[in-house]
Each structure stands twice: as C-alpha cells, then as structure tokens.
Ligand binder design. Structure first.
Ligand code: FPP
Length: 254
C-alpha cells in the first residue's frame, strides 16, 4: 500500500514537508448529506484523522497540526460542543495504544485549561504516555485562536519590558515566534483545508506567513490517505521562493 501510493503520486522523498497543518472542515455538511446529525460527521472524521496521521508518518512528516476545535467553536450549540469533547476523550483513550506503537508523540496548542476536566485528564495522560515517542508529533489545536495566541505573546513581552527584563529593541520575528505556543516546532510548509472553504479562520496566522495553501472540496470524513498524498504531490510541484526570483533560486544565491 505504502510503496503503491508513494509511486502512484510520484512523491519525492527528498522534498517532504516537515510540518503539515490541516483545517478539518465539512463534518457537519457530510452528515447532513446523509440525513444524519452533525456529530455523526465528527465521529466519522476521526477515521480521517487516523488516515492523515498514518499517511504523514509513512512519508516522514515530523509534525502534524490539526485544527480540532477553535475558540470560536464554543459558540456552537452546547449539545454539539459537549458531544465533540466526549468524542475527543473517547478517541484519545481508544487510540492511545496505537499512538504509542506508531511512535506518535501527542501535544496540544490552545487554551486547554478551558476544556472539560475529563478532556484535560485524558490529554495529560496521553501526553505523558507518548512523550518519548520520536517518529511524528501530533499537535491538536484545541480551543485555539491565533489572534489570542499572538495577544498573549505580546502581553508576556510587554510585561518583561516593564520589569526591565527585555529591551524593546530586542523584539524581532524570532523572539515573537519563541513566545508563541508553537515555539518548539518549525512553521508548517503546507496547510490543507477541506470542504471547499478558502479561508485561514484564525489558525496559525503568524506561522503561515510562507506556507503553501492547499484547498480541496472533499469533506473531512471523506479525506483519505490518497487525498493526503495528492496534497503533498501538489506541494512538491510548487516552487517556494520566499520572496526571491526563480533565477536566484536556480543560481542558489543567498
Ligand atoms: C469542522 O467541521 C470540524 C470540527 C469543528 C471538529 C473536528 C473534529 C474531529 C474530526 C473529531 C475529533 C478530533 C480528534 C483529533 C480525535 P464542521 O462541523 O465545521 O463542518 P461544516 O462546516 O460542514 O458544518
């Protein structure tokens, strides 16, 4: 399966992104099309999380960040947010053995402390249990908002300036990055969003400055390994210039 897919999509193993971020969208619409409740879509979305994680691990992606729940998602009906939190707890316990046997280290970004206690306990256990795994880090964005993340970073820096622990002139891009919840991870080279919405929706806005964006109409529960590889293939066809010209890149100019 692995070799078949790698070959089918002609993936260049020397050009695999280190970090892929995904906005998993379209669960509700997927369920509605089937005449089911929205939570049915979320439940089926867990299968796609498994597929994406497995595909990413197979080709050597080192970090996979999934937008599992945004700060704005709290505005949804209580019934749906509670069901999503229950699903998260249940999925963590169900998948923990598999995460460990596949070398997956679990991490989170976002306001985890506002999640229900049962969620916090499950996450803490899974993070502790997987902390020595080395193959891939799965970062779940939970109650996450990029603007909030940046605001908190600014607050912390301002406090240090006030206390005389930081010169305001020392505030540069690297320092700001180091105050974000993603300080230990490289910026994503690729962002995938499913369901035909072409927005960033308050996700990793600082970190996505040079990221390649890949949008697909496929609804998240239908997103399978082959769709992940297709996105990687698309990424590999692109030329990442970081503001330089094509000629400079060809000549390897600094
Ligand atoms: C977006 O679809 C999806 C979410 C807000 C939740 C994603 C959660 C999961 C896939 C399951 C749990 C996750 C893990 C990591 C175990 P939507 O509800 O916005 O769909 P719509 O746009 O069609 O309404």
């Amino acid at each position: 399966m692995k070799a078949f897919l790698m070959e089918e999509f002609k993936l260049d193993k020397n050009n695999i992104p280190k970090h892929v971020a995904i906005i998993m969208d379209g669960n509700g619409r997927w369920a509605k099309k089937k005449g089911e409740l929205r939570i049915f879509g979320h439940t089926n979305g867990v299968g796609s999380v498994r597929e994406a994680l497995s595909a990413a691990g197979e080709i050597g992606v080192k970090f996979l960040t999934l937008y599992a729940f945004s700060s704005e998602n709290w505005r949804r009906p209580k019934e749906e947010t509670s069901a999503l939190m229950d699903l998260l707890v249940q999925s963590i316990y169900n998948e923990l053995d598999d995460l460990n046997s596949n070398g997956v280290k679990l991490a989170t970004i976002g306001d985890v402390e506002v999640l229900p206690k049962s969620c916090q306990i499950a996450l803490k256990k899974a993070i502790e249990s997987t902390k020595s795994n080395k193959k891939i880090t799965l970062i779940l964005a939970l109650s996450y908002s990029s603007r909030r993340e940046i605001s908190l970073a600014v607050q912390k820096m301002a406090q240090k300036v006030m206390n005389g622990q930081l010169e305001y002139t020392a505030i540069n891009e690297d320092l700001i990055s180091s105050y974000l919840s993603t300080a230990n991870y490289p910026d994503p080279e690729l962002l995938i969003r499913t369901s035909g919405e072409n927005r960033v929706s308050n996700f990793l806005m600082w970190q996505l400055a040079y990221t390649e964006l890949y949008f697909t109409k496929i609804l998240w529960p239908d997103f399978k390994k082959k769709n992940f590889y297709k996105a990687i293939y698309d990424y590999q066809k692109r030329e990442r210039r970081f503001g330089k010209t094509s000629e400079q890149l060809l000549n390897n100019d600094a």
